[in-house]
Every structure is written in C-alpha cells, then in structure tokens.
Design a protein around this ligand. Structure first.
Ligand code: DLZ
Length: 277
C-alpha cells in the first residue's frame, strides 16, 4: 500500500537546505517528519492533498512543483515581501485560475502557485470524519477499568472506522483520571499526533472531593489542548452512579468513547483545513 507521494529536493549546501526549509514553512505547508542524521538532514512538509498529475497538451505551468492555494494573489504578495525571485507574475489562465511562478531558493527549481477563480462567498469550514493518514494518542485511566475499557473500545472503533491505521494510534494507560492531563500533554508535546483522546470515568459516589477532581481533570485537559495547539477530545465520564456510567459506555446513552474518537477526528481535520486556508 502506498503511504505518501512527495517531491524530493536535495539541497547543495546547508544554507540552501535551510533557505528551502524556511521557504516552504513560510508558505504555510504543514511540517511533517524531519530528521538530523549522521550523513543527512531532512524535513518533510505536507499539504491537505498531494499526488501526481499527468498532463498532455498546452497551458501547463513550467514548474517542478505545483501548489494549489486559496488565493494566488495573497501568496504572490507574500513571496514578493520575502524577496523571492518571481519568474512570472500572477495571470489569469484559460482554465479559470490565477497563477504565478517563483524560483526556489538556491535556484533549486520553480514552483507554480495557483488558485481557482471562485465567486466571492463567505468561507464556511467544517472538519470531516476522514482520519486517513492522521495519528492519534489515546490516554486511558485504569481506575474504573470496567467502564474505561469499553470507552476505549468505542474510541478505537471510531478512529478505525474513520480510516485511521491501527499503527497510527498509540494508547497510553494511566492510574486514574487525575493523571490524564499530564499524560495527554506529554503525548501532545511530542508533536507526533494530530489529536489526543482522553478517556476516564469519575464516579461521585466513590470519589472524595469529586467536584475538585472533576474540575482539575477538565481544566488540565483543556489547558493541555490550548497550550499545545493539539485538539484533545474529552471522553471522561463524570457520573453520580455506576449505572449512569454503564449507560454511557455502550448501553442506553451510546458510547461516549466513540463520540470522543469522532470529535478527535473532526477536530484534527478542521485544524488542517483552517491552516490550509
Ligand atoms: C482515588 C480515585 C478515586 C477515589 N476515584 C476515582 C474515580 O472515580 N475515577 C478515576 O479515574 N480515578 C479515581 N481515583 C484515582 C485518581 O484519579 C488518581 O489516579 C489517584 O488519586 C492517584 O493520583
């Protein structure tokens, strides 16, 4: 199974490597895998969609790489202000787009940047439930495992049904819900995950200072999400009784783990779409 398609540009010098890296980062491509080895360095960037285009006939840009953006003129201004070497300024094409070409740092090739001309209308964006190619961290509290293992099953089901690969899901277990925020933050800070799913079960009857713990766990998960910028889905049940928790872990009230899994997929997708804009 093919996992990705990417254009390889090998820089002649460290300076050019750095200039190319900054160029693509500045364009707004999402940083992906990078490495710094004994014999080589590398930095990958990714876009919401990538692939191979085969063409025939006239009207194609003369470029080694083609980027479709939402507004070519805005990207042109950005390239100008960064003193990129422009080959052709923006022009309208016969195929309903606006396009310009720019030289890559160190003369490493040409990039054509275009956007389709669309009627002006308000931009409405929503995430979708496509988890293909995305990575998820799942933090599960062992306390009340009878409930949390069912929530976990629900969350994994949601991720896999949305297209996530099993190998792209990392499950981390912690003693109780109180420990979820720190584990979630540790995972998020690795920047390896597009979203984190937090799963626990706090029962009022069994838990001293229940309200304090609930507040702390909720605040900690929210804070980790905001501080790291990685979406965290809240799959922590806060119930008065065990019966209520059972209802929410796969019985009358559905499976809140499944819902949290879907929320993680949607938020990961939304974030990618908004950034792409
Ligand atoms: C100690 C405790 C109690 C009494 N109740 C719960 C609970 O209902 N749900 C839960 O996830 N964890 C509980 N814990 C464990 C704490 O979250 C925490 O793991 C321990 O206090 C150790 O820090």
């Amino acid at each position: 199974m093919i996992r990705s398609v990417h254009k390889l540009i090998v820089a002649a010098t460290e300076e050019q490597f750095e200039a190319l890296r900054v160029f693509f980062a500045d364009l707004g491509l999402e940083p992906a895998e990078s490495w710094d080895g004994q014999h080589s360095r590398g930095a990958k960037f990714q876009a919401p969609a990538a692939g191979v285009e085969v063409g025939f006939g006239h009207g194609f840009p003369e470029a080694d790489l083609v980027l479709e953006v939402d507004n070519a003129d805005a990207y042109y201004s950005a390239c100008q202000s960064r003193r990129a070497s422009i080959v052709t300024p923006p022009e309208d094409t016969a195929w309903g787009a606006r396009i310009f070409t720019v030289v890559l740092p160190g003369n490493a090739g040409r990039v054509a940047i275009f956007s389709y001309n669309e009627p002006a209308e308000p931009v409405g964006t929503a995430g979708d439930l496509d988890a293909r190619g995305k990575r998820f961290g799942v933090v599960v509290a062992r306390f009340n495992a009878f409930i949390t293992e069912r929530l976990l099953e629900g969350a994994l089901d949601a991720l896999r049904r949305s297209g996530a690969n099993t190998g792209d899901i990392e499950v981390v277990r912690v003693p109780g819900s109180f420990e979820i925020p720190i584990a979630a933050r540790t995972l998020a800070e690795t920047r390896r995950f597009h979203a984190i799913v937090c799963i626990g079960c706090l029962l009022r009857g069994d838990t001293a200072h229940y309200d304090v713990i609930v507040n702390e766990v909720t605040r900690g998960i929210g804070q980790s999400s905001q501080d790291t910028g990685i979406p965290h889905a809240f799959g922590v049940l806060t119930c008065d009784t065990l019966d209520q928790a059972i209802d929410r872990a796969g019985l009358k009230m559905g499976n809140k783990g499944f819902e949290a899994g879907l929320a993680a997929v949607e938020m990961a997708s939304l974030q990618k779409k908004v950034r792409a804009r």
